[in-house]
Structures are given as structure tokens and as C-alpha cells.
Unconditional design. Structure first.
Length: 173
């Protein structure tokens, strides 16, 4: 089975926005080809926070418009940079803390049944299909079975239902 994180691109872009705001760059500019110091400082910070969250190398490289091997390099140099490069350590800490604070404001569910009933009460329904939409909120996880035909409708209903909540969506084919 193939699993892909639907919300991972959104998470990487959110971290890019936080980093560019802190560094003083234009929003969305981390994907540019510039090698100036503010960009060279912010990209590995974003990449390493994403890697710590379990986001795949390929997803990060797509958003940052970098080769996948650059993300491997950022990961390899993280410990050294964090220990010896004051600017890197400072930016990493600021971006990580800002991101963590933004996530605290989002709601979570207490039980798996609460999550599932919230989705069902907001129009999300299951069917005998070949696609599984896996919804994670905090440590809770539920899967919604749907067909290829109804996939995008169900995905949109889930996004609307969980707008104020902390969630991650994976798709299993």
C-alpha cells in the first residue's frame, strides 16, 4: 500500500512562512534559487524541523525547490550547526517555538470516538471503496474508507470539519 501525507505540504509552507517572517524575507521566497545568507540560514532550519515532525525528504525538497540531497545534507549538518553556529541555533529555536505556540491554539479530541463522531456529524461518510483517508489528531487516529470517485468530496468535508483542530491527513491507496 502507498501512503502519502496530504497535510505535509501545508505544514512545510507554514514553517517557511514563520521562518521568512522572523528572518525578514518575503513570504514564499525560500523556494527561490538565492544563496544569500538569510536564505541559506532559513532553509536548513525549516528542513530540520520538518524532518523532526516526520515529513518526508521529497515533500520538503518540493516546497523548498531544492534537490532531495540538499535535505539530506541539512540533516547531516544539523547537530554541528546547532552546536557551533549561533545564528542557526537562535533561528532554529525561534522558529520551533513560534510553530509550537501556533499549534497550542488548535483544538484536539479526547477520544477516537469523539474524532470519528465529529467527522460523521459534519457530513463525512464511509463507503465501500479502495481508498483510505487516515485522519490523525494529536495521538488519535481514525480511517475513513471511500471510493476514488468520492475521494475529493470527502477530503474537502474533512478539511472543513477540522478547520480549528490540529490534524494530519494521510491517504492509503
Amino acid at each position: 500500500m502507498i501512503t502519502e501525507g496530504i497535510t505535509d505540504i501545508k505544514e512545510v509552507k507554514e514553517l517557511c512562512d514563520i521562518a521568512t517572517e522572523i528572518v525578514g524575507l518575503e513570504q514564499g521566497s525560500l523556494s527561490s534559487k538565492s544563496r544569500k545568507e538569510p536564505y541559506a540560514l532559513a532553509r536548513p532550519v525549516v528542513a530540520n524541523i520538518c524532518l523532526n515532525k516526520g515529513i518526508h525528504f521529497v515533500t520538503i525538497s518540493k516546497v523548498l525547490n531544492r534537490d532531495r540531497s540538499s535535505i539530506y545534507h541539512y540533516q547531516k549538518k544539523h547537530a554541528y550547526n546547532f552546536k557551533r553556529w549561533l545564528q542557526y541555533r537562535s533561528l532554529f529555536t525561534k522558529v520551533f517555538n513560534t510553530y509550537k505556540e501556533s499549534k497550542k491554539e488548535q483544538k484536539t479530541f479526547l477520544t477516537k470516538q469523539d474524532l470519528r463522531s465529529h467527522l460523521l456529524s459534519n457530513g463525512v461518510n464511509t463507503s465501500n471503496g479502495e481508498v483510505y483517508i487516515i485522519v490523525k489528531s494529536g495521538v488519535l487516529k481514525t480511517s475513513i474508507r471511500t471510493s476514488y470517485k468520492d475521494f475529493s468530496n470527502q477530503l474537502e468535508k474533512i478539511r472543513i470539519a477540522l478547520f480549528d483542530y490540529e490534524y494530519k491527513i494521510d491517504v492509503q491507496l
